[in-house]
Design a protein around this ligand. Structure first.
Ligand SMILES: Cc1cc2nc3c(=O)[nH]c(=O)nc-3n(C[C@H](O)[C@H](O)[C@H](O)COP(=O)(O)OP(=O)(O)OC[C@H]3O[C@@H](n4cnc5c(N)ncnc54)[C@H](O)[C@@H]3O)c2cc1C
Length: 443
């Protein structure tokens, strides 16, 4: 989490330092239009840098995932960079376009252009760039309006995920408009400075990412074709236990990782791998019927149906330097723990693990399966029926686990539950770095 928190201020500071090295701000005369010129350049440089990083994060690169400690964290950064770039783009729009409106309203006097570049002898390339300025401004302005619309759609949770996903792909197109806008309108001298080199690299990488996204090529290297091998539906908690045969193509995964599953005619959806790596190439999932796709799935499935699997992703890896672990599963969050339980059943370890499985709809058969797995893995299972016992709190856990202060906490479940537990544990004195979590949400 801390890495995400620091990423935005650090990267913005770095860009600012490089920009200041290219722009002699001490020489600016303190009147509106000279300030407007540098402010437009600065906000434009910051916005396109942030957007380029956003595009790169959308590629699901394992190198970036490793740095950011998981794809869920990487998407969180993607989202916050998106919000930051919107704010900066609004500031940029104000200086660029708002100024023109103020001139139109007579609030500002436009400086005369005549004589501004009178003695300037532009190079051929700069001359070409200058000839495209109006077109670049036009694209930038309309790209900005589209950007606002698309970001509002992304943030409005009332808009359903498939619609959000389809419109979100348009972001790549908008980004490419901004790249053109940046190339043409960035102060020409910047391109000979370190800031120009950094922005040049960022927009090259970002454009490559945008093209991959537009052609649906993201994650292609991590895709494997599989088929439905077996499935079983637990009525009590509405969980589908699904086994997929990858025909031994699966290159392997670690407990706690997840993949994107794509069935014919459906969007890819992320699911944790609920089984340990095995030799027959089969991988299992536990899928809770909560929405359109997951409710449809159980009725539409047939043995041997084709499934495209993309992954594995994620760093919910149970790595710990202490002998004590507390696992907390909120509802279907239990799926993130079952693979590790299978692994521990095969290779027992000396660590003390307490698993709290919180459920609002206990299913007798499913609980029996979790219970057996916990026994084999030598894990203390605490079944928490939320209907009868209310929400699980850190204080309750504290009662059951004497060693809680020396434990690493691994949580998977709803984000509100995670926030509340982090807060409670923090108040009780648990170090923040000891709380690890995976959230089953990406938006
Ligand atoms: C890392 C991760 C691991 C997950 N593991 C599991 C698991 O093991 N078992 C399980 O039951 N659920 C898991 N989920 C949640 C699961 O992906 C969603 O419940 C499912 O996609 C809902 O789809 P829907 O159309 O039925 O529901 P909807 O009602 O359309 O969506 C419900 C919520 O699911 C999310 N969602 C929907 N479609 C997508 C999509 N295509 N991509 C990403 N998120 C989407 C959105 O946040 C949405 O608000 C996981 C999610 C993540 C991010």
């Amino acid at each position: 989490m801390n890495r995400i928190k620091w990423f935005i201020p650090l990267s913005f500071s770095l860009i600012t330092i490089l920009w200041l090295a290219a722009e002699n701000v001490s020489n600016i005369s303190w009147s509106y239009f000279p300030i407007r010129n540098v402010a437009t350049q600065y906000s434009g440089i910051l916005a396109i840098s942030a957007m380029s990083i956003i595009m790169l994060l959308a590629l699901r690169l394992s190198s970036l995932e490793k740095i950011l400690n998981g794809l869920d964290k990487s998407y969180r950064l993607h989202k916050w960079l998106g919000i930051s770039s919107l704010v900066i783009a609004i500031v940029h729009w104000f200086w660029a376009k708002g100024t023109k409106y103020m001139v139109g309203l007579g609030w500002l006097d436009k400086p005369t252009r005549a004589g501004m570049f009178a003695d300037t002898d532009f190079s051929v390339i700069e001359g070409i760039f200058r000839s495209q300025r109006h077109f670049a401004e036009f694209l930038g302005e309309w790209g900005f309006y589209l950007l606002i619309l698309l970001i509002v759609i992304s943030l409005a949770k009332t808009i359903r995920y498939p619609k959000f996903l389809n419109t979100h792909k348009l972001m790549s197109l908008v980004y490419l408009l901004f790249v053109f806008h940046t190339i043409i309108l960035t102060k020409f001298s910047y391109w000979h400075q370190p800031i120009g080199l950094v922005v040049g690299l960022l927009i090259t990488a970002g454009s490559w990412a945008a093209i991959l996204s537009l052609f649906g090529k993201i994650g292609d290297k991590n895709k494997v074709q599989g088929k439905v091998d077996n499935f079983h539906f637990y009525e009590g908690n509405q969980v589908l236990d699904l086994t997929i045969d990858t025909g031994k193509q699966w290159k392997g995964h670690q407990s706690g990782q997840f993949v994107f599953l794509k069935f014919n005619g459906e969007e890819p959806h992320p699911f944790s791998i609920a089984s340990v790596q095995n030799k027959n190439g089969c991988i299992r999932f536990q899928i809770k019927a909560i929405g359109d796709f997951t409710k449809r799935l159980k009725n539409n499935l047939n043995i041997n149906d084709a499934v495209l699997i993309e992954g594995p992703y994620g760093y919910f890896n149970f790595k710990s330097d202490t002998e004590h672990q507390i696992w907390i599963a909120g509802g279907i969050g239990i799926a993130a723990f079952t693979a590790q339980m299978e692994a521990l059943a095969q290779e027992p370890q000396s660590s003390e693990i307490n698993l709290f499985y919180c459920t609002q709809c206990p299913d007798v058969e499913f609980i029996q399966y979790i219970n057996e797995l916990a026994e084999q893995a030598k894990i203390n299972l605490h079944l928490w029926d939320t209907n009868k016992q209310g929400f699980l709190t850190a204080k309750e856990i504290y009662k059951y686990v004497v060693s809680w202060k020396n434990s690493d906490v691994w949580f998977c479940g709803p984000s509100d539950f995670s926030k509340k537990l982090q807060q409670d544990f923090g108040q009780l004195g648990l170090n923040k770095s000891k709380f690890h979590y995976e959230l089953f949400e990406m938006r």
